[in-house]
Design a protein around this ligand. Structure first.
Ligand SMILES: [Zn+2]
Length: 378
């Protein structure tokens, strides 16, 4: 009861402040305060809240735009393609709001990319093309803008992802056992690493099962082969400090030891991940695009595709993809390969559903660039 009185007083005080202020100031305060309140909600609820706020009558154009930007921030990470059950939202409503926001600000990459992604995953490529073409004029280096533009120029409306003309790009994989853990050495054999290529070829696919790239075994360095290397990268094998993605990239890029880093391959490192709670029971793995010199660090306990499709997930990062969310997912929910609990929509799920059209567009774009950067196909 006491807190209700307190709330009434607060509301009264707030209304007095708003009443005294100018009309413009009122609206700005209202939009900012509403946005701050919405951002405190559980992430799935923010989508409804922004949709309602943006559809409210009597809003100024500037305030509506603020709410549409909020909608885009969260809508960009979900898609009907990322799950087997229907999304609990009407994406047609989102699309009409996002279009309104994009028409008001055709260079807003947050709104434009969220709208383009929904169109692409609905296979409406000709609707997405003018959006990314407008974005390209002011964001010429945005990799998603570039990827979507190429894809929408070359794919017919309604068509599923088709591999580009010509043979699939083939990527050699070089495996390196970085961890000194003897249990890992028993699992991470040369034979198992050959099998990892088969796993990737079976799982690095679209929802319809189309391959986007092919992987072949090229080389293998055991821990004994590399343990005396001068490369600083070997300290990542059993590190207990928090994972520093930039420091690892620096060590990788500076590495001249071909046993540790094959510069004409995608390098896959088998390591032992650590966190203070789970210690070396931690399973965290990593994939990095690294300006199209990609590499992957797989925790040894994830080899043989034991947990959540780690091979395809990390390779997805290596080809430019970020995490997505499936609202309300639990451990056994079918979900897109790139789903992660870190997006705060739900569990990462099974990660058993292949890439969507928009994700495939990004992968194919980086497949071409990575192929050139690694000097393959010469
Ligand atoms: Zn990830």
């Amino acid at each position: 009861m006491k807190s209700r009185n307190h709330a009434r007083f607060f509301l009264f005080a707030l209304m007095s402040v708003v009443f005294c202020a100018s009309v413009r100031f009122q609206l700005l305060v209202a939009a900012d305060a509403a946005t701050a309140a919405i951002e405190k909600m559980p992430r799935p609820q923010r989508l409804d809240a922004y949709t309602k706020a943006a559809n409210a009558s009597g809003l100024s154009a500037a305030d509506r735009q603020v709410f549409i930007q909020g909608l885009a921030r969260h809508a960009k990470d979900v898609s009907p393609q990322y799950q087997n059950t229907p999304l609990p939202w009407n994406t047609a409503t989102w699309m009409s709001l996002l279009r309104r926001g994009w028409e008001a600000a055709p260079t807003d990459a947050g709104i434009g990319l969220a709208l383009a992604r929904l169109h692409i995953d609905a296979r409406q490529y000709s609707a997405a093309l003018p959006i990314v073409t407008a974005l390209d004029k002011v964001h010429p280096d945005n990799h998603e803008v570039n990827a979507f533009q190429v894809f929408c120029q070359t794919t017919k409306d309604g068509a599923a992802v088709a591999p580009p003309a010509g043979p699939l790009k083939v990527f050699p994989l070089h495996f390196v056992v970085l961890t000194k853990n003897p249990a890992a050495h028993r699992v991470a054999t040369r034979e198992q690493c050959r099998k990892e290529c088969d796993i990737l070829n079976a799982t690095f696919r679209t929802r319809e099962g189309k391959e986007l790239a092919r992987f072949v075994f090229k080389g293998f360095s055991s821990y004994d082969d590399i343990k005396d290397s001068a490369s600083a990268l070997i300290r990542s094998g059993d590190a207990t400090a928090p994972f520093d993605t930039d420091a690892v990239a620096r060590d990788f890029n500076a590495c001249k030891d071909r046993k540790v880093r094959d510069p004409e391959a995608i390098n896959v490192y088998v390591f032992d991940s650590y966190n203070p709670q789970a210690k070396f029971g931690d399973l965290t793995s990593h994939g990095k695009r690294n300006s199209n010199r990609p590499y992957v660090l797989l925790d040894w306990e994830r080899l043989d595709n034991k947990v959540q499709n780690a091979e395809a997930h990390e390779m997805g990062h290596a080809f430019g993809l970020e995490h997505v969310g499936v609202p309300g997912a639990v451990g056994k929910t079918s979900s897109n390969i790139m789903t992660s609990a870190s997006e705060n929509f739900g569990s990462g799920g099974l990660r058993d559903l292949g890439f969507s059209e928009a994700q495939a567009a990004v992968i194919l774009f980086h497949a071409q660039r990575t192929y050139e950067r690694l000097g393959l196909g010469k």
